[in-house]
Write a protein that binds this ligand. Sequence first.
Ligand code: ATP
Ligand code: MG
Length: 285
Amino acid sequence: MDNNQPLLKVENLQVSYRSGKSYNNVVKGVSFDLGRERLGIVGESGSGKSTIGRALLKLLPTAKIEADRMDFSGTDLLAASERQMLTIRGRRISMILQDPKFSLNPVHPVGDQIAEAYRVHYSASAAVAKQKTLDMLEAVQIRDPERVYGLYPHEVSGGMGQRIMIAMMLIPEPQIIIADEPTSALDVTVRMQVLNILNELVTNKGIGLIMISHDLNLVRNFCDRVLVMRHGEVVEERAARDMKNCTHPYTKGLLAAQPHIGGNRQPLPVLNRQPQALSPQETSV
Ligand SMILES: Nc1ncnc2c1ncn2[C@@H]1O[C@H](COP(=O)(O)OP(=O)(O)OP(=O)(O)O)[C@@H](O)[C@H]1O
Ligand SMILES: [Mg+2]
């Protein structure tokens, strides 16, 4: 495949959740491309970030997903059957979720679960899958892979659990990783390790990474490009290094609200509530 072609092209994505007899539109015409880069999606809680991630994998059974285009490396995701999606989900596009405790099966050793994630997609012997798993555990900086392989999910710490999840998502070698708040449950040291792992995948393996977070500071320091979302819409799209030149009042408000270590200790500003920064519902009240 041409390395300069975007991996993903999304145009005018709309997602609505069914509520009773009507639909509640929570993603309202979002468009973006993803190359072999780190794309950040930031925005307040409820702005639709996770919904976009799940819509790309069509993991929203109760929602209506519409778009002018939702292409992944030449595959039309909107038209793809559930059977086709099974060959894409996990194998070619994978999603790292916030809380590993919900995603790991409590009654199986973590190593077996990672090996299984490999064998679902590749026909490999148990011995080969185990070796791959041990290599992968090492790659996510788990010091004692043999021992950790046999642990149950309740026996691993939060940070280790997160790295185990990452190993599980990475073992099929996906081309796109959607990381939904992958580090918000982690302490600073483990967070840096996880970010380093993700960073290496983009730089060395040429994957595309979508990093979803409410932490603008994290995203602008880590990503190449940032989409700022509000009420289901992208209100600003910018190169991360150019974030200081943002123009939308909401983004400006977010940036101004970032605390600076060593800066003067003024109270944090209140977000700008002028009409441009508000949703239609808010302006009508
Ligand atoms: N399964 C669902 N059924 C109905 N409504 C949903 C569902 N999932 C999310 N929503 C609603 O859709 C909107 C967007 O939710 P989403 O989870 O995408 O937000 P988010 O930006 O990821 O927020 P957070 O930062 O809190 O994770 C919210 O108003 C939420 O209540
Ligand atoms: Mg979310």
